[in-house]
Design a protein around this ligand. Structure first.
Ligand code: PEP
Ligand code: MG
Length: 914
């Protein structure tokens, strides 16, 4: 038995600290005591308190765990007595005796942390068996085989968990299993349950010898010694490697500790009127309100889980064990009404008597999360706010994206995984070039564009593809950014794949696929599969696009309900990042309230425009540049007219040109030649210009406002196009309201902003005079380099708004290229250097601090400074929560993420109000 410490408890003896909480005839705890009793203990107490048939037991509190680690793995001095009293009470309720020779009480000893940590800590079952009590169990069960099987299982579990008799390493076999296998082989038997009572008795002797040989100690026969050994092992398992890793993964503090639950064993393998099972109060896959689960007669819980026998669907119980089924139905209703959520519970029937062993909020798919929350509200079990908080915001995505058939995906061959960059499922023929993608698409085939990385040259191919797969680049690489904005499925940085463009093959983990072969990608999980997996548009998308009636889709009704509730409670406005009228329309259908970022450079990716853009970039002087810009002006004006129209009076933030120049210039010899021909320029000139414009690090080069400062005529053309478009719509026969907001990119010095501001105001005056109309507009800046954040007070002298460009702000704050995450990301995540990808979810303690600083100091200069965010983080629920608390007015994300952002913003507001 463990030494009982003499150190005093935290309270004086007159106000003795309570460490043991009973459940059963007398129940001391309840569901609200998770901190002290752990989730399992608290729910067991709650179930016992409301009269559900829970086998009696007690919980040793998490305080003891804290004490255990603070006092050299010893216990408070009052604990032994309290445990003994509690054990006696359990024995009395079960009409059995702990260690009793004739009528033995057996118990389970299980962990139970505040948040469930499934499978991470230790469990001991059938405790209380020894050489004498096993005979008692044999006679009361009238089943010696069962009794000896329980005993050998107990010795095996105890020998492993408490006495440390384990396999030497991961490759070698568990020594208990080795003995069991030897015995079966020598007897010519295949299955464990073919062993007779006598054979199991012999196995028990061999197990005990194994323990003695390995530890020099005999297997304890004293049941209290067994109990303290098990309790110590369960507390000790709070600090095993698995538990530590799990905690760090899910942010569970080590100080919480675990409770230990000691509960009377009941046996589902006591005969044909016994059984065991797992049930869900609703279908966890679809959320439908049907009784869901499975069971086995004459079996123990582990038989259901281990798949030794195939369990039967719960509905079959209505015939086989009708009385128990009626009772179980009542328990199902009771549990849901009481816990106000879908429950996942375990039950055992011992000789016709039903027991509930555990209940917890069931894990569920995204669709189920939404359906259950909405329906629980309809059933008046929870209010709207509670319902919203029960839905993981990302779940909304599952209603929007095309989906793979679940069964087909399971059967498909997984090739490798990459970074999930554009959610959804896409399947199609492999194309290694944008041109090939277009050819396939024109033939009516579905295509997956597979590239090492993408560039603006690939846009057309991307548009023609169902999905995009790249072997390099992170979640804010060109491919990811464009794919998400277009609502395309995308996986980036699938580093296991090698593409051979010459041979037109793709190889990963020994599998080689050719151009034209089918490949399937799941952009939600990052999994890449060989072959074709069928997928279809979501119902919600079809309703929003008008190809399906709202009244025909229950999924749409669910979606719409959640969106309406979200809009009621959120404070943040939701804008979108859109560059074309079509994207803007989709975003508005999804609920966008404005455009927070129009990347004007994306407007030049399409068709022949890219060549005009290239002509402008290649120009050697202002004269040539103005010539090229003249061609671009009408195109830009038309774009802005379209965009303003699509947004129908909602604010539109247009960012002036911010291209890393390398994205526009052809790297390919053939394309360079074509360009030279088209522009009527000598090839050598084109090559020389491209060389002259070469930058070692274009991401940190002549980008953003630097371009507009160097070539003011570009800024002039762009603002002229914006203001002329505004004037055209305001003076149209049917005037359209417009609210342009001009945004200057990559500003670090207030003088940069002042320089560009002067141009904007000058051109605005000119257009107003020329068009004889007055219009309002705002001018602001992106905050995307640390210097802008640090000098926010100065920058705000000129900026009417700040929009946090957290893609670049993360890149520049971390000194980490946003396109080169693939190489070391896995390693960094495994070593927990990054808990999340900082380009997908805000680095709150680093980048977030800069944002906070910028908000505080910007507002000192300009009280009514408008604040938003338009980096990729604006679509990430956790980052949205941060932005709400930061006091931003809006988040601007890609169109498909608008609904997620609406829900996440509501949840942030509800959490903050709590
Ligand atoms: C940003 O840097 O966060 C941003 C939105 O701009 P871009 O991604 O176009 O650089
Ligand atoms: Mg940027």
């Amino acid at each position: 038995m463990k030494k009982i410490s003499d150190s005093s408890t935290t309270k004086s003896s007159s106000q003795k600290t309570r460490y043991v909480y009973n459940f059963g005839e007398q129940t001391d705890g309840n569901a609200s005591m998770r901190e002290l009793l752990g989730g399992k203990g608290a729910n067991l107490a709650e179930m016992a308190a409301i009269g559900l048939p829970v086998p009696p037991g007690f919980t040793v509190s998490t305080d003891v765990c804290t004490y255990f680690y603070a006092h050299g793995r010893s216990y408070p001095k009052t604990l032994a007595k309290d445990v003994e009293v509690a054990v006696k009470s359990v024995a009395k309720q079960m009409k059995r005796e702990f260690g009793g020779r004739d009528n033995p009480l057996l118990v389970s000893v299980r962990s139970g942390a505040r948040d469930s940590m499934p499978g991470m800590m230790d469990t001991i079952l059938n405790l209380g068996l020894n050489d004498e009590t096993v005979e008692g169990l044999a006679s009361i069960s009238d089943n010696p085989r069962f009794a000896w099987d329980c005993y050998r299982r107990f010795i095996q579990m105890y020998g492993d968990v408490v006495m440390g008799v384990q396999a030497l390493n991961e490759e070698s076999e568990c020594p208990f299993h080795a003995l069991l296998d030897n015995m079966k082989t020598s007897l010519g038997k295949e299955l464990d349950n073919e062993l007779t009572a006598e054979e199991l008795q012999e196995l028990v002797q061999r197990y005990k010898k194994l323990i003695a040989d390995k530890t020099g100690k005999s297997f304890p026969q004293d049941v209290y010694e067994q109990l303290w050994g098990a309790v110590g092992a369960v507390f000790g398992s709070w600090k095993n490697d698995r538990a530590i890793l799990y905690r760090s993964q899910y942010g569970i503090p080590a100080e919480w500790g675990t409770a230990v639950n000691i509960q009377a064993m009941v046996f589902g393998n006591a005969g044909d009127d016994s059984g065991t099972g797992v049930a869900f109060t609703r279908d966890p896959a679809t959320g439908e309100k049907v009784f869901y689960g499975e069971y086995l007669t004459n079996a123990q819980g582990e038989d259901v889980v281990a798949g030794v026998r195939t369990p039967k669907p719960i509905a079959a119980m209505a015939k086989e064990l009708p009385k128990n089924f009626t009772d179980l139905e009542k328990v199902r209703t009771r549990l849901e009404k009481h816990f106000k959520d879908m429950q996942d519970f375990e039950f055992t029937i011992e000789n016709g008597r039903l027991f509930i062993l555990q209940t917890r909020n069931g894990k569920r798919t995204g669709l189920a999360a939404i359906r259950i929350a909405v329906e629980l509200n309809k059933e008046k079990l929870i209010d709207q706010k509670t319902a919203l908080l029960k839905i993981p915001a990302e779940s909304v995505d599952t209603l929007l994206v095309p989906v793979f058939d679940a069964k087909a995906q399971k059967e498909a061959k997984l090739i490798c995984t990459g970074l999930p960059a554009g959610p959804g499922a896409a399947t199609g023929r492999i194309a290694f070039t944008a041109a090939q993608a277009e050819i396939e698409a024109r033939k009516g085939n579905k295509v997956i564009l597979c590239r090492s990385e993408t560039s603006p040259d690939d846009l057309k191919g991307m548009l023609h593809s169902q999905g995009i797969l790249t072997t390099r680049g992170g979640v804010s690489s060109h491919a990811a950014l464009v794919a998400r904005q277009l609502g395309k499925v995308c996986i980036c940085g699938a580093a296991d794949i090698t593409i051979n463009y010459e041979r037109k093959t793709l190889t990963a983990n020994g599998i080689t696929l050719k151009e034209g072969d089918y490949i399937s990608i799941n952009g939600t999980t990052g999994s890449v599969y060989q072959g074709l997996i069928e997928s279809a548009d979501s119902e919600v998308k079809r309703v929003l696009e008008g190809t399906m009636k709202a009244s025909e889709s229950y999924t749409y009704e669910l979606f719409n309900t959640v969106m309406e509730w979200s809009d009621k409670y959120r404070k943040l406005r939701i804008r979108t990042n859109a560059d074309t009228p079509a994207m803007a329309q989709t975003a508005v259908a999804y609920g966008a309230e404005g455009i927070g970022l129009c990347r004007t450079e994306h407007m030049f990716f399409e068709g022949s425009r890219i060549d005009d853009m290239r002509q402008m970039i290649l120009a050697v002087d202002g004269v040539q540049r103005r010539e090229a810009l003249k061609k671009l002006l009408p195109m830009q004006r038309k774009d802005f007219v379209g965009l303003f129209k699509a947004m129908a009076g909602r604010p539109v933030t247009i960012r002036l040109l911010d291209p890393p120049l390398h994205e526009f210039l052809p790297q390919d010899d053939a394309v360079r030649r074509q360009l030279a021909d088209k522009l009527g320029l000598p090839l050598e000139f084109v090559i020389d210009r491209i060389k002259a414009l070469h930058e070692e690090n274009p991401m940190l080069g002549c980008r953003g406002c630097r371009l507009g400062i160097l070539y003011p005529e570009i800024t002039e053309m762009q603002v002229q196009a914006i203001f002329e478009a505004a004037a055209e719509l305001l003076t149209a026969k049917k005037p359209v309201e417009v609210h342009p907001e001009i945004m200057i990119p990559l500003v670090g010095f207030k003088a940069e902003l002042a320089d560009q501001l002067a141009i904007v105001h000058r051109i605005a005056e000119q257009v107003m005079t020329r068009k004889k109309i007055k219009f309002k507009y705002m001018v602001g800046t992106m905050v995307e380099v640390p210097r802008a954040a640090i000098t926010a007070d100065e920058i705000a002298e000129h900026a009417e708004f700040f929009s946090f460009g957290t893609n670049d702000l993360t890149q520049t704050t971390l000194g980490l290229s946003r396109d080169d995450m693939g190489l070391f990301y896995d390693e960094y995540q495994q070593k927990e250097i990054y808990s999340k990808n900082p380009f997908a979810s805000l680095d709150k303690t680093g980048v977030g601090k800069l944002m906070q600083f910028a908000v505080t100091n910007g507002q000192k200069t300009r009280k009514d400074l408008k604040l938003g965010i338009c980096g990729e983080h604006a679509g990430d629920p956790d980052s949205i929560d941060f932005c709400h608390n930061l006091g931003l007015q809006y988040v601007s994300c890609s169109p498909p993420r608008v609904p997620i952002a609406r829900l996440a913003a509501a949840q942030a507001a509800l959490r903050a109000a709590k």
